[in-house]
Design a protein around this ligand. Structure first.
Ligand SMILES: [Fe+2]
Length: 104
């Protein structure tokens, strides 16, 4: 189904919202690929195959990051929340609560 990413009639959505939806789906797919490689790596015995898969997973890290950055540029509030969570030391849940409050 090519239009599964929409939960509203696509012809009622703006071009910007359709692009946002496509990038959200892309982000999900990159996360899935990272997960799949992680599982393959945990069971692969061949060193060369494992090395190739590690290289491929690194590509997916990059793709995930680029997708996320695109989305955050479109959603300043999302960026503000994540700035209080990502790359921060300390308790993740506490940081999340503080970040949510700061973004309101
Ligand atoms: Fe990818």
């Amino acid at each position: 189904m090519p239009f599964d990413q929409y939960h509203e009639p696509p012809d009622e959505l703006s071009q910007e919202t359709r692009t946002f939806a496509r990038m959200i789906v892309s982000l999900i797919e990159e996360a899935e690929a990272i997960n799949w490689y992680e599982q393959r790596l945990s069971v692969e015995k061949d060193k060369t195959a494992k090395s190739i898969m590690e290289d491929a997973q690194s590509e997916e890290f990059k793709h995930f990051g680029m997708d996320l950055e695109f989305l955050l540029r479109k959603k300043p509030k999302w960026r503000k929340v994540l700035q209080g969570i990502l790359f921060q030391k300390g308790d993740i849940v506490k940081n999340g609560k503080k970040a949510e409050e700061a973004a309101e």
